[in-house]
Each structure stands twice: as structure tokens, then as C-alpha cells.
Write a protein that binds this ligand. Structure first.
Ligand code: BG6
Ligand code: MG
Length: 214
């Protein structure tokens, strides 16, 4: 029986995945390279430090430890500029209604995001009170595809992994859910994500339908 929902943030609840992509591309171009939207699938759900490592590998740039730190700060500054005006209007189709409905039906809700900016984004959307637990990039040692972020979320809700559904738009996040023993809902392409069930957006399903399905 499903009793809890564990939500990824960027690309599931809010349209911020595009801003991460933009900021990382700007950084890759600064390093003398670039990467495609297809390659970007490998960055989704991945921590800031691991994303930068991948981009350095793709661009073939040589970067000292000090430059590495500076580049991480720079990417985040660009990202913060891009999300400055973010608000409820940037929620993905049906996401806010889906969250509110799940909350009203007594489903326990946790966030499981790789982003250290997650609490600030939730505030901008005005949905912080819907979350019983917020696990983000500040609370984990191992990034996705390691299941730590979702295992901590389930634990914070007092639930077994098997009682939880993970909502993800990333390959790394779906892998984390599978390794962690949770059911998975993919937001995006089925072939890419390989989750248990897929939708284009949360608005294309309902909490009741998913609880019945799993
Ligand atoms: C994930 C995004 O949610 O958070 C990634 O999908 C991002 O693109 C990661 O790199 C880390 O985010 P932040 O805000 O801590 O740099
Ligand atoms: Mg995501």
C-alpha cells in the first residue's frame, strides 16, 4: 500500500531543469566546448560537483582545484540569476494541484532533490508547508543515482521504501528509486527514463489513480 510520495523538484514540480541546462551550457562554452540536449539527460538529477566533473570531461578542459571551485560558484550565480523571478506561474502543468490533492488526501510528502537551492525554490513556489520532510543536496553525502536522498525521505516520513512512490524526470533519479526499493513515476520519455510508469506532467494523472495503480 502506497502511503508516501517522494518528489524530485527540478523538472518534476517546476520548470527549472531548463535553467540548470542553460547555466551549464554557458559554463561549457566558457571552457571552450558545448554539449547537446541529449547529453544533458546525463546531468539531470546529478549534483553540482558531479555535473561539473562530467562537463570538464566532455569539453576536455584542464582545470585546477581552485578553478573548479570558482566554476561551481559561477554556475550557481548564473542559475540564481535565471530563477530570480521564479514563482507559482513556473510550476509544471498540474504540479501544484497534484501536490495539494495528495496532501489533502493524507498522503505523506517529502522532497528528494539533488539541489542545494531546493528550499529557496519551494519558498518561491509557496509550497513549503506541503512537505513533511525536505531532503536536498545539503543533506546527503551520496548523490543520485545513489538512493540516499530517497531512503532518507522515506525514513523521515516513517515509511518503508516499498510504501513510497518516487516522481522523477532524470535517469539518475529513476535509478536511485529502483535501487532504493521504491516505485517510480517518470515525468518524461519512457524509453529514456525506464520508470515503472510515465507521464508528460503531473497534471496527466492523479494521486488516487497512482495509489490504485501501485
Ligand atoms: C538537480 C538538477 O535537481 O540538482 C541538476 O536536476 C542540478 O541539474 C542539481 O545540477 C544540483 O543543483 P544545485 O542547485 O545544488 O546546483
Ligand atoms: Mg529533476
Amino acid at each position: 500500500m502506497i502511503k508516501g510520495f517522494l518528489f524530485d523538484l527540478d523538472g518534476v514540480i517546476v520548470d527549472t531543469a531548463v535553467f540548470h541546462f542553460q547555466a551549464w551550457r554557458q559554463l561549457a562554452q566558457k571552457l571552450g566546448g558545448d554539449f547537446t540536449e541529449e547529453q544533458n539527460e546525463q546531468l539531470k538529477g546529478v549534483s553540482r560537483v558531479d555535473s561539473l566533473k562530467k562537463i570538464i570531461e566532455w569539453t576536455g578542459a584542464t582545470v585546477s582545484d581552485e578553478e573548479f571551485q570558482t566554476l561551481m560558484v559561477e554556475k550557481n550565480e548564473w542559475y540564481l540569476e535565471l530563477v530570480q523571478g521564479l514563482g507559482p506561474q513556473d510550476a509544471l502543468p498540474g504540479a501544484l494541484n497534484f501536490l495539494q490533492t495528495a496532501y489533502d488526501q493524507g498522503i505523506k510528502i517529502a522532497l528528494g532533490s539533488a539541489s542545494k537551492n531546493a528550499p529557496m525554490i519551494l519558498e518561491k513556489l509557496g509550497i513549503t508547508p506541503l512537505f513533511t520532510a525536505i531532503i536536498d543536496g545539503n543533506n546527503v553525502v551520496n548523490g543520485k543515482p545513489h538512493p540516499e536522498v530517497f531512503l532518507k525521505g522515506a525514513e523521515a516520513l516513517g515509511l518503508e521504501p516499498s510504501e513510497c512512490v518516487v516522481f522523477e524526470d532524470s535517469i539518475a533519479g529513476v535509478q536511485a528509486a529502483k535501487t532504493g526499493g521504491m516505485s517510480s513515476v517518470g515525468i518524461g520519455d519512457a524509453e529514456t527514463l525506464q520508470a515503472d510508469i510515465h507521464f508528460t506532467a503531473l497534471g496527466d494523472t492523479t494521486p488516487e489513480a497512482l495509489v490504485a495503480h501501485f
